[in-house]
Design a protein around this ligand. Structure first.
Ligand SMILES: [Zn+2]
Length: 455
């Protein structure tokens, strides 16, 4: 049993309590939280581990990302050219070993910047499960499933079911395979039924992209005569226990209240939405309605990093911009999205997302002695939460624990060597781009003929 103590413990409990000179008692899980002095009295045999000039806070929860390594190679393109020339060809030539090393890179990068839980929509996820098992993070693994004659080069519901069979409950429950649907367009109605049945049978969540673009809203209206969330409801998706929608930029009031009533989680991805010019999600309205909104960074290709501290800052800024109201994007609301609200969005609100007795020990230590966190004030001028959202960067994270195990010590991964991972990614990326060029050469006509109406 150990007591981790620091000048500040940011609990993210129901009242956003911050304990000064606080400590966290950990024995695999969190046993107790309080002032370090009182904890020392209650647990006299516990080893004390002190972090000077740090805040201890819950590990961050990235509610939507895609492993990958296209970063910086598909820039400044219209959405359709981006899909047609980069994303689709990449999916067609991606091999399992590329997919696995991409997860090692992305989870490693995220862990080093304070993320302990990732919702990863990706492919060949056995490799991603192995990466998470060994790196030590939590991973909700969601295959990019396409079950439609036009999208036959993705994962299938069969491979999704195999993933669930192989990994459900593994690594002390840190590996959480879910049912994935790339997008409603990628599924026939029969596939929708089977996906819902599978999520119910295994009691796992379902994750998909919803309401990302106006073109999608028009397309769904044509196909189903309904707006996206109502179409998902009619098909039965909203009856599932745990459902997470990424983006939700283009929602109307009726969709927001339906989602609040049915406890649908949302992954808000402000950087991706800005970069792909998708629009800005109505997060202030969703929070007011009671929707559980978490934060995601989306893929490395549309962000281009996996730093959730940066994503928090963007979440705060875009909320103010959307509402033309500087009081929107409240720093506490944003911190809650990256922690406890994110945990609720993925159905893990009782287990992670805050520092409270009985919860899993997912804890990070963030430096508070950097130029960007100075000054640090107490009392009426208390500013730690503003510093965390608007000033801190992922590189200020020194130490990371997940499920009671140390994943980062002195800014280094404890379970892997990031230099080795980077070298392997470099090799795989160069080969992947050669195969992509080859595929594009062989399929030029098909690529040129693709039609899309995103104007
Ligand atoms: Zn996405």
């Amino acid at each position: 049993m150990k007591i981790y103590s620091a000048p500040f413990v940011l609990t993210m409990n129901e009242s956003n309590e911050v304990i000064e000179s606080g400590g966290i008692v950990v024995d695999q899980n969190i046993i107790d939280v309080g002032s370090t002095d009182s904890l020392k009295q209650h647990y006299p045999d516990a080893e004390i581990i002190s972090f000077d000039n740090h805040v201890l806070m819950p590990g961050l929860i990235n509610t939507h990302m895609h492993s990958g390594f296209l970063r910086g190679t598909a820039e400044g393109l219209k959405l359709w050219d981006w899909l047609r020339l980069f994303i689709d060809p990449m999916h067609r030539v991606l091999q399992p070993k590329d997919a696995e090393i991409a997860s090692w890179l992305c989870y490693g990068e995220g862990i080093l910047s304070g993320t302990t839980t990732f919702v990863d929509m990706w492919r060949f996820l056995d490799g991603s499960a192995r990466a998470a098992e060994q790196l030590g993070n939590r991973a909700v693994l969601v295959p990019y499933v396409g079950e439609h004659p036009d999208y036959n080069y993705f994962e299938t519901l069969d491979t999704n079911e195999a993933l669930i069979d192989n990994w459900l409950g593994k690594a002390n429950g840190r590996i959480m395979p879910w049912v994935g649907m790339e997008h409603l367009f990628y599924f026939t109605e029969d596939a929708c039924k089977r996906a819902i049945d599978m999520a119910n049978r295994y009691r796992v969540g379902l994750h998909t992209h919803v309401g990302e673009s106006q073109a999608e809203v028009r397309e769904i209206a044509q196909r189903y005569g309904l707006r996206p969330v109502h179409a998902m409801d009619k098909l039965g998706f909203l009856d599932l226990d745990t459902v997470l929608f990424a983006h939700c930029v283009w929602l109307d009031e009726a969709e927001i209240s339906l989602m609040a009533n049915r406890s649908i989680g949302v992954a808000h991805n402000p950087t991706s939405n800005l970069k792909l010019a998708s629009g800005i999600a109505p997060v202030t309205r969703m929070l007011k309605a009671g929707v559980h909104v978490g934060i995601g960074c989306d893929g490395e290709k549309e962000n281009n990093n996996l730093d959730l501290f940066e994503e928090m800052k963007f979440a705060g800024l875009v909320a103010k911009h959307r509402e033309t109201d500087a009081t929107a994007g409240d720093a506490w609301d944003v911190l809650r999205m990256a922690t406890i609200d994110g945990s609720r969005a993925i159905g893990l609100g009782d287990e992670i997302g805050s520092i409270e007795a009985g919860k899993k020990a997912d804890i990070i230590a963030v430096r508070t002695d950097t130029p960007r966190t100075t000054p640090l004030m107490k009392g009426d001028l208390f500013n730690l939460h503003y510093n965390l959202v608007y000033a801190v960067q992922g590189g200020d994270v020194d130490w990371v624990m997940c499920d009671g195990n140390e994943l980062v010590r002195d800014k280094k991964l404890t379970n892997a060597n990031m230099d080795d991972i980077r070298h392997e990614v470099q090799n795989c990326a160069e080969q992947l781009f050669e195969r992509r060029a080859d595929w594009l050469n062989r399929n030029q006509q098909e690529v040129d003929n693709v039609q899309f109406s995103d104007d």
